[in-house]
Design a protein around this ligand. Structure first.
Ligand SMILES: Nc1ncnc2c1ncn2[C@@H]1O[C@H](COP(=O)(O)OP(=O)(O)OP(=O)(O)O)[C@@H](O)[C@H]1O
Ligand SMILES: [Mg+2]
Length: 480
């Protein structure tokens, strides 16, 4: 460690020299000796000491105490006074400058060294404290939560930057003001002015939390605040010392909540709409297909009974009945592909991939799938997800190839569907939902029902990959 630098301010030559010797013996560095205010300032401009030994009575207009005050202001230096005076008033004045001690003339070597060591130690400790206090203050100032400290007399002690931003008030203008006069709160439900926030929150007790309130901005705007707390701080004697308030501006959170609600509503109506559409489709098919065939059968019954060429009419009727049966099969196949009941998911997906398709070449692979652990519902969900993805790849991506992979992990099943089309903006997909596109949302809902997780990645050059992971036993998979 470098040596401690000392400035001696003493107009009595003999004393100054004596002091210098003592200090040099004790391995301190003397950076100079001054006899007046001007000399002190000159020396300090060139080299700032670590500590100043200051005679109270020095030459010139300004005495030692005035010089010390300026040194403290400019350089924040610790001062030790040298004095022969027992003059009470001067000592009182000196005290105001918070000196690190007094050396009474004439001094003893031991006394000087001890006092200096103590002063340096005290100064170092204080500096550290101040540094950590500054760090703490900087941290408090920079947190995104608003923080307000109120004194025991309910005046404002401190507000951080976030509190300034949210309230539109500045610490400078409201420090020392009565808190309830500076800050106006409104009840969240009734919008009524809260006259006494302390009573409202019963601050005699311990910490109180609040979810939502309005804070009145000077502009007249009501800022919704929440995630709040009001904490009274008591001293040893259980007397109120201060109150700490924290809260956040929840404007954005409320907007997000609102958006989520809208999406939930759209989702619900999507499900209902989907069901209605499906019903309409089935009704149409029954009406147009099965209905027409049955009508034709009915019309053919009478002619058959009277027909001259009974044999031919019989064939026609049989054909019609055959058609009706096939039609029934087709409708029910569409409602629930029968293969899903009879075959494992890999077989069903392979058959889906092999269905004739002019636009898209679909490939399918599967490895290590535990088929005995995949029930009918999971099969239907996975199958519908694959169907929707294929339809999207054809409809939107102009993809040439699509690959479906089914891979069994230890506890879960991973289905990856990859197309080489022109991709889309995945982040924007919730907006699409609001516009009435439901396919991807249905995929997500199905994954959620299976307690699985989904990842969709899309890129204009590479195409789209959808990865779905579902647990075999239904235990929720945590998203990583
Ligand atoms: N594989 C894909 N490649 C490119 N764009 C896609 C792909 N999948 C989805 N999209 C885009 O995402 C949007 C939303 O898809 P989604 O399946 O939810 O709706 P949709 O197919 O338009 O309508 P719906 O499925 O309800 O009939 C699509 O309109 C499309 O722009
Ligand atoms: Mg779709």
């Amino acid at each position: 460690m470098s040596r401690v630098k000392i400035l001696i301010v003493e107009d009595a030559q003999l004393i100054a020299v004596h002091l210098q010797k003592i200090l040099q013996n004790a391995n301190y560095e003397i950076i100079g000796r001054a006899v007046s205010y001007d000399e002190v300032m000159d020396i300090c401009k060139k080299k700032v000491p670590d500590i100043v030994l200051m005679d109270i009575m020095i030459e010139g207009e300004k005495d030692g105490i005035e010089t010390a005050i300026e040194l403290k202001e400019k350089y924040d230096l610790p001062i030790i006074y040298l004095t022969a005076l027992t003059d009470g008033i001067t000592i009182e004045r000196a005290k105001m400058t918070n000196p690190y001690g007094y050396l009474m003339k004439p001094f003893q070597e031991e006394q000087v060294v001890t006092l200096l060591e103590m002063a340096i130690h005290k100064f170092t400790v204080e500096n550290k404290l101040r540094e950590s206090e500054e760090k703490f203050k900087a941290a408090v100032a920079s947190i995104s939560e608003a923080l307000i400290v109120v004194n025991e007399d309910f005046t404002i002690n401190y507000i951080n930057k976030s509190a300034e931003d949210i309230s539109g008030l500045s610490l400078e203008e409201i420090e020392g003001h009565i808190f309830t006069e500076a800050f106006q709160f409104l009840d969240y439900a009734t919008h009524e002015h809260i006259v006494n926030i302390w009573k409202y929150f019963n601050i005699d007790k311990k910490e109180q939390k609040f979810d939502s309130l309005y804070l009145l901005h000077p502009s007249g705007k009501k800022v919704p605040i929440g995630d709040g707390s009001i904490t009274p701080v008591f001293d040893d004697k259980k007397l109120l010392k201060s109150i700490v308030l924290t809260f956040k501006d929840i404007t954005q959170k409320l907007k997000n909540d609102q958006k989520l609600k809208e999406i939930e509503k759209t989702k619900l109506s999507a499900i209902i709409e989907g069901q209605e559409m499906e019903r309409a489709r089935i009704a149409r098919e029954i009406h147009d297909g099965l209905g027409q065939t049955l009508n034709a059968i009915k019309l053919n019954i009478n002619p058959l009974l009277n027909a001259p060429d009974k044999a031919r009419a019989e064939v026609d009727l049989k054909n019609l009945i055959g058609e009706a049966i096939m039609e029934t099969g087709r409708i029910s196949e569409n409602l629930l592909p029968s293969k899903l009941k009879d075959f494992d998911i890999a077989t069903c997906l392979l058959s889906l991939a092999n269905q004739k398709n002019d636009k898209l070449n679909i490939s399918f692979e599967s490895t290590e799938v535990k088929h005995d652990q995949i029930g009918i519902n999971k099969k239907i969900n996975l199958y519908r997800i694959a169907q929707e993805s294929i339809s999207n790849a054809i409809k939107h991506a102009e993809a040439k190839n699509l690959n479906i992979q089914l891979r069994g992990e230890n506890k879960s099943l991973v289905m990856t569907i990859e197309d080489d089309g022109h991709g889309f903006d995945v982040a924007n997909r919730k907006e699409k939902l609001l516009e009435g596109h439901h396919g991807l949302q249905n995929i997500e809902d199905r994954v959620q029902i299976m307690n699985g997780i989904i990842d969709i990645e899309s890129n204009a050059n590479l195409g789209t990959v959808i990865i779905v992971e579902v647990p075999y036993d239904g235990t929720k998979i945590a998203k990583v």
